[in-house]
Design a protein around this ligand. Structure first.
Ligand SMILES: CC(C)(COP(=O)(O)OP(=O)(O)OC[C@H]1O[C@@H](n2cnc3c(N)ncnc32)[C@H](O)[C@@H]1OP(=O)(O)O)[C@@H](O)C(=O)NCCC(=O)NCCS
Length: 180
């Protein structure tokens, strides 16, 4: 997805006509992405149980992306981690965030859809996340009734999407750290 470009849609909701360049996150992007997440999420975001699945484990090479405008200003970012549910492997999507001044312009959608386009070719069958069903339902995410995130997590926010047809069928149990 390096240097992919998107326009803002639909026109009537555009705040500007910026074009974004999507590139895989590099070590040079790391602290800028952290600062963006600090801006976009409530203080203490790292206390969330999903972070226990990420601690000390590198995000997935080639899938975590940044979106910069033509001036190089960071507009949004998305990261992915590997997790396990029993013997099954899954992607954990998130955090995804768009700078408050760039929200509502389609950048969140573009980050999710463009990055996920690369997931199956990289060998991933399924993706999950903890998030708002009304938002992620737009991208085909549905509640995973039998998949359990570390507590405290509201089960209604545990969502998944197949990257290969039927990939979540029969997957049940606790979500665990990749290295466990
Ligand atoms: C969630 C987020 C990434 C969406 O990015 P974005 O660029 O604003 O999203 P898009 O422009 O693609 O989509 C905007 C639409 O999603 C809706 N939306 C945004 N967040 C939503 C939510 N939490 N629940 C339901 N709908 C939501 C908007 O109302 C808007 O609806 P519309 O198309 O009907 O006008 C961004 O708002 C953000 O960074 N929020 C703070 C961090 C966060 O909550 N991250 C997600 C963790 S679950």
């Amino acid at each position: 997805m390096a240097n992919a470009m998107i326009g803002r849609t639909p026109p009537q909701t555009r705040k500007s006509r910026a074009v974004y360049h999507f590139t895989p996150e590099t070590p040079q992007d790391y602290w800028e992405v952290e600062a963006l997440y600090d801006t976009c999420f409530a203080p203490g975001r790292e206390a969330l149980s999903s972070y226990r699945l990420r601690d000390g484990i590198p995000s997935v090479l080639g899938l975590s992306h940044v979106a910069r405008d033509e001036a190089g200003i960071l507009g949004g970012a998305i990261r992915y981690w590997p997790v396990r549910i029993g013997a099954a492997q899954a992607l954990l999507l998130g955090p995804v965030a768009v700078h408050p001044t760039r929200q509502g312009e389609g950048l969140g959608r573009a980050l999710i859809e463009e990055s996920l386009r690369h997931a199956a070719p990289l060998g991933w069958d399924r993706v999950m996340l903890v998030g708002d069903a009304p938002y992620y339902g737009r991208f085909g995410f549905r509640r995973l009734d039998e998949v359990v995130m570390p507590p405290p997590t509201n089960p209604e926010r545990v969502l998944g999407r197949d990257l290969l047809p039927g990939a979540w069928n029969g997957i049940r149990g606790k979500v665990e750290r990749w290295s466990d």
